[in-house]
Ligand binder design. Sequence first.
Ligand code: AMP
Length: 179
Amino acid sequence: MLDADYIKRNIRTVPDWPEKGVQFRDITPLLQNPKTLRVLIDLFVHRYMGQDIDLVAGIDARGFILGAIVAYELNLGFVPIRKKGKLPFTTVEEQYELEYGSATVELHADACKPGDRVLIIDDLIATGGTMMAGKKLVEKLGATVVEGAAIVDLPELGGSRRLREAGLALHTLVDFGGH
Ligand code: AMP
């Protein structure tokens, strides 16, 4: 797909960041350039406009940027899924394993309600742990995840496969090999 190539060419790879061996796929050039930002947002909006969705949930932190713009364009509201300790009101939380240690994400207890149909957005799927935790949070509140969406998938890490096996519909725009 032409647009996906255009998106991929404008993602910057930063080797050995934040630690040796990691190829960091930096999406900030996509946000900085007004043309790529528009194509990027339009790719998501085109997919989800007219669909039965009540709310967009964005994952800390780059999912906030994308998710909020997509929500606005779809005429929907936006809720943040944040790292533990950042949300002020009553929350539900979900812990998940990282390569070393664990992480916890939270969602406000009134962010969505039973029956709501939620689209979750993040920038990238690596092991899939973050997106999986987001799905569980939304489901804890009785809502349904319509789809998980991200710009980048790293298929060799197996996250997208695991998410789909867990029953999550997943949509990503571009793949990168390796970690
Ligand atoms: P995971 O939970 O392993 O799927 O990791 C996904 C989260 O970590 C996303 O919120 C990404 O922003 C971040 N992330 C993990 N690996 C990378 C990478 N190679 N480049 C950029 N971001 C990454």
